[in-house]
Structures are given as C-alpha cells and as structure tokens.
Design a protein around this ligand. Structure first.
Ligand code: NAD
Ligand code: GLY
Length: 375
C-alpha cells in the first residue's frame, strides 16, 4: 500500500512536549529523517541504533547516513511483541557493555512501539540513564508510544510490567515510513488515533469519522493532521501528569481489557492496536450501562472500527474467567481494586475508582458469552 501523494505534500509540523528540563519536540513530515538534522540531538561520540530484522533493511541505512563523525553501531533484534522481554533487552545491554559505550552514548530507536519501548527502557537503565531518540516507523508508534516517555518490557504474567519513565531527546516522525507499513498495522494505528478523539476532543473525533476513508487510503495531508493532533492531545495530558499519578491514565482507554487479551495470547496472534480496538468498545459498553453514553454512540464507534477492519469482539476462546483473572494484573489496580477508564461522553474520559461489579460482569458476558463454569 502506498501513500496517496496526489495532494500537495504538507509542510513539516512540530509538537512541543513541555516538561521543564526534559522538554522536547516531535518533528513530523515526509522525508524528515533526512531533513531533521539529527546530529543536533546527539551530544557524545557514541551512538547505538536499535531496530529489528523487518525495519533494518528499510530504514537503518537512511538513519545511519545522517550521523557523521561518531562511532555508530547497530543492533538488530528479532521482530515481534513476544520478543519484548528481559531476555532480548539483555542483548542491548550486552552490546553496549561489550563495545564500551559510556554515559555520553545516545540510543536511537528505529521501528514500531516494541523497539521504541525496549530502547527507551535500555536508555533509562544503562549506566543509570543515557540519552535516546525515537524514530517511530509505525502509525501507532508515531501517534502514541514514541511520545511521553513510557518505556517497558513485558513479563509472562503481565504486559509492560517492567519499565521506567524516561523521556526521549526528540521524536522524528517521518510519514514516508508509513508507505511500507502492512494494512493490519496501519489499522492498529488508526485505533489509537480514534482513542484520542474519544477521550479528549469530540471535534477531532467527528473529523476522523468524516475523513475515515481518506485516512484509510493513506492520504498524506489528512494523516499528517491526524498524527499532529494525536501528538498534541498526548503532549497536553503528559505535561499535566508525566508519571501517571492521575489524569494520564485516560490515555489507557480500553487498555485494561486490551492488555488482558494480549497477555492471554502470550503476546502473539493479535497485535496491540487490535486488542485496544475491542477494549475501547468494552469500556464504551460499560460507560453506556452506567448511564453515561447513548447506545447509539457505542454502535457508531463499533461500525467505525469494523470499517477499519479492526476486531470488535475478544478472541473466541477467551472467557469471563480469563478476563477477571488477567484484568487484576493491570497497572491501574490499587489495593487489589480495579480502576477503569470510561467515557462520560464522546470527547471526555474519566478514571473511575468505584463502579458496580455486576455491570462489569455484564459487559464481559455480553462480549464473551456466559461464564462456562456457571453452566
Ligand atoms: P510493533 O513495534 O510490533 O510494529 C508492528 C510491526 O510493523 C512489526 O512487525 C514491525 O517490524 C513492523 N514495522 C515497523 N515499521 C514498519 C514500516 N515502516 N514498514 C513495515 N513494517 C514496519 O508494534 P506497534 O504497533 O508499533 O507498537 C506496539 C507496542 O507499543 C506494544 O508493545 C505496546 O505495548 C507499545 N505501546 C507503548 C506505548 C507507550 O506509551 N510507551 C503506547 C502504546 C503502545
Ligand atoms: N499509552 C499510554 C500512555 O502513554 O500513557
């Protein structure tokens, strides 16, 4: 699938993430890997580019060519969510230590959210913290995972359970990289973009709904606008709550359900954005049952997600029992109590601390069918 370049190319866009001494800019534009002057974000003499076996043949050389007069090394990791773990992370540390990288090293993540999260965590912990740059190459990473400084690896018992907050020095979003992205990955990114409209901006959501066909045909101008708006919303939320003491949790609409699906599948089969698609609908159904949303809004979003070839039901073999067990491992759990991100209306989300347990069970049974153990 190639980008629709019939429209004139949009000019480069910038989104500022204001976090005091940790502030940085997200640079968005076609071909911006070549034009961003990445050298100005690299202080020391050593660079390690981290990528994977799928992305390396596409974009590794392009990034490497921008870095002159430095010792540039690379590491190519296996591709897949199932490799986002401590064992594979250790390969990055081994490389850094074996090649005697010091504290002035800059790590550069070139890839999707898996590479970004792992590189960020390596940068947060190597020698107690080194600098890193995000060059996200999936739509999902461009609108979400590369911005905001959450870094992590998965554990067999739970998604993103081991990690740190560590902000990148800059984020370089080259929209040309979306040309090579498979359709399924592209749709997963659309799910996260819809999330931003749902949690924070009804006008943006209405625009996304109107323009969904242009976006799905990868109209470069519309995509650039959607990426910029998404990053703006994320930057605003992160600025007000960098380490998720409160409001930042709204960025996790659908994630309590979605992460349970990913953990259930041992991080295989479904991709992150697909699990989030179902999770968003389950959270919306819960919001409807609590009297906050009209059912027509739930149906409207369900149709939109299906239009983008995204799933709207959990995996057929996942039961209520699985959900109940796995959701309790969510990072939003406090004192063994689940907290949920729900919608008050389209464009406004809230973290709910206390809710009616039976309503949650009703949502689970509507999406999974009845509890098999009660038959
Ligand atoms: P991913 O990193 O697995 O990338 C998806 C696939 O696309 C991979 O096979 C990858 O090799 C391939 N790919 C990447 N760029 C490509 C390109 N330009 N052309 C062709 N193929 C390309 O998945 P993702 O959806 O990017 O990220 C999901 C991960 O991000 C999950 O682990 C999730 O937990 C994490 N995440 C983190 C945050 C955060 O705030 N840190 C937010 C959202 C998601
Ligand atoms: N993706 C959720 C967050 O960054 O907080």
């Amino acid at each position: 699938m190639s980008l629709n370049l019939n429209e004139s190319l949009p000019s480069d866009r910038q989104v500022q993430v204001n976090l005091g001494s940790r502030s940085y800019c997200v640079h968005i534009g076609p071909g911006i890997i070549v034009r961003a002057d990445i050298m100005r974000f690299i202080d020391g003499d050593q660079v390690l580019i981290v990528t994977n076996e799928t992305v390396a043949p596409l974009y590794l050389e392009m990034v490497r060519e921008q870095i002159t007069d430095k010792k540039v090394r690379d590491i190519i990791l296996p591709d897949g969510e199932q490799f986002k773990n401590l064992e594979v992370l250790d390969e990055i540390f081994s490389k850094l230590l074996a090649e005697k990288h010091d504290r002035s090293t800059t790590l550069i993540a070139v890839g999707g959210g898996v590479i970004g999260d792992m590189t960020g965590f390596a940068a947060a912990t190597d020698l107690r913290g080194v600098s890193f740059i995000q060059v996200p190459t999936t739509l999902l990473a461009q609108v979400d995972s590369s911005v905001g400084g959450k870094t992590a690896v998965n554990h067999p018992l739970g998604k993103n359970m081991i990690g740190a907050f560590h902000q990148p020095r800059t984020v370089i979003v080259d929209t040309n990289t979306l040309q090579s992205l498979p359709d399924r990955e592209f749709s997963a990114g659309i799910a996260e973009i819809l999330k931003y409209g749902l949690i924070a901006d009804v006008d943006f959501f209405n625009w996304l709904e109107r323009e969904i066909d242009s976006l799905m045909s990868r109209d470069v101008g519309k995509l650039t606008y959607a990426i910029e708006q998404s990053c703006r919303i994320k930057a605003k939320v992160v600025r007000s709550d960098e380490t998720e003491q409160g409001v930042r949790a709204i960025l996790n609409l659908g994630h309590t359900f979605g992460h349970a699906i990913e953990t259930f599948q041992n991080y295989r089969h479904w991709i992150h954005g697909e699990a989030i698609s179902v999770g968003i609908l389950m959270a919306m159904q819960m919001s409807y049952l609590r009297g906050n949303l009209e059912i027509s809004h739930v149906h409207r979003v369900s149709e939109l997600l299906q239009h983008c070839s995204l799933p709207v039901k959990p995996p057929h073999n996942m039961t209520i029992v699985d959900f109940n067990k796995l959701m309790l491992r969510d990072k939003k759990v406090r004192n063994e109590k689940l907290r949920l991100v729900l919608l008050e209306k389209i464009g406004k989300a809230k973290v709910i601390e206390t809710f009616e347990r039976e309503l949650l069970q009703r949502v689970l049974s509507e999406f999974c069918g009845p509890d098999p153990s009660s038959a």
